[in-house]
Design a protein around this ligand. Structure first.
Ligand SMILES: [Fe+2]
Length: 312
């Protein structure tokens, strides 16, 4: 029975205490959904030497805050090609720096991997952050991918429809059973702010999930090769407005969906620091079981009652 630790958006909340816990744990591998950095994209480079101290196999897909500059992020939000292009060259440099800093950790994105115990891993589109225009677009698959200049140069993918084609080929090539790892989750898991990838920052609640990833999952089902689980983060628990509990795990058509982003990831509860991650267990029958874990000194609390472990 393989066990995997899923570490949600860190935004700089990961340190030597986490490394010591995971190195001593029973996990077969660690899956990072990305967003290591704070608002300063260079902050991430302080975290990489810490992640490199992990002795377990580790896989990391970059999020929209990893190697991307503030102008690019603004450009994505405003749909401004000029701003997106403006900051694109610094992303190439930062990605090279990130790649050379990661010797043990596998940097993923549009890539297939084999996890311990023969579980396949499809790493989906890197740097994804969703697109507010998708809700009103006639064909969302015709929209550009986030951070198109870099993704087009590095992966030859410019639109969500091209991304879907790339994801299909990764699914064709992977050996089941397998997981999908992404930064942002797929469209179709609900449009409420409290749903897994429902927008909680727009005036109107909307399903903010990615259409290329949703189409890829539908394709995988259509060829009788569904993933065991789709794992991502990006939309933080709790909701931005109102701090309501956000759904973080669900099962739909036999596929487990996990949003591992809880922020703050490290928070005080009953006088001590708790550190969040999700434990994913795959049973012999190919069934996934996900439970939220809160690590305190010398103890791991596991509960799916999110409200029982609220920051204080
Ligand atoms: Fe993100």
């Amino acid at each position: 029975m393989p066990n995997f630790a899923i570490i949600g958006d860190m935004h700089m909340q990961f340190d030597e205490t986490d490394v010591a816990f995971f190195n001593a744990s029973d996990y077969d591998a660690l899956l990072f959904v990305g967003d290591l950095a704070s608002k300063n994209p260079d902050s991430m480079f302080r975290l990489l030497p810490i992640i490199e101290q992990l002795t377990k196999p580790a896989y990391l897909i970059p999020g929209n805050h990893d190697t991307t500059g503030i102008r690019q992020l603004l450009g994505e939000l405003m749909h401004s090609d000029m701003l997106i292009e403006n900051g694109a060259s610094s992303q190439i440099e930062r990605m090279q720096k990130m790649q050379s800093a990661l010797k043990r950790t596998q940097l993923c994105g549009y890539s297939n991997h084999t996890l311990p115990q023969g579980i396949g891993l499809v790493a989906a589109r890197p740097f994804s952050m969703g697109d507010a225009h998708a809700a009103t677009a006639q064909d969302p698959l015709q929209l550009p991918v986030n951070f198109r200049p870099y993704v087009a140069k590095a992966h030859g993918v410019s639109t969500l429809s091209e991304s879907f084609v790339r994801l299909k080929s990764l699914i064709d090539a992977v050996n089941p059973p397998y997981l999908i790892l992404a930064h942002h989750g797929p469209y179709g898991l609900g449009s409420l702010a409290t749903d897994m990838w429902g927008a909680d920052f727009l005036p109107q609640e909307t399903d903010f999930g990615d259409h290329d990833l949703a189409a890829a999952v539908t394709y995988a089902q259509s060829i009788g090769k569904p993933p065991l689980a789709v794992i991502a983060g990006h939309m933080h628990y709790p909701t931005k407005h109102g701090k309501k509990p956000k759904q973080w795990h669900a099962t739909k058509d036999g596929i487990t969906y996990i949003n591992a982003a809880r922020w703050p990831r490290i928070f005080k509860h009953e006088g001590r620091d708790l550190r969040h991650h999700v434990r994913l267990t795959i049973t012999g029958e190919g069934v996934c079981d996900a439970v939220a874990c809160y690590v305190a000194t010398g103890e791991v609390l596991t509960t799916n009652d999110d409200r029982a472990v609220a920051p204080q």
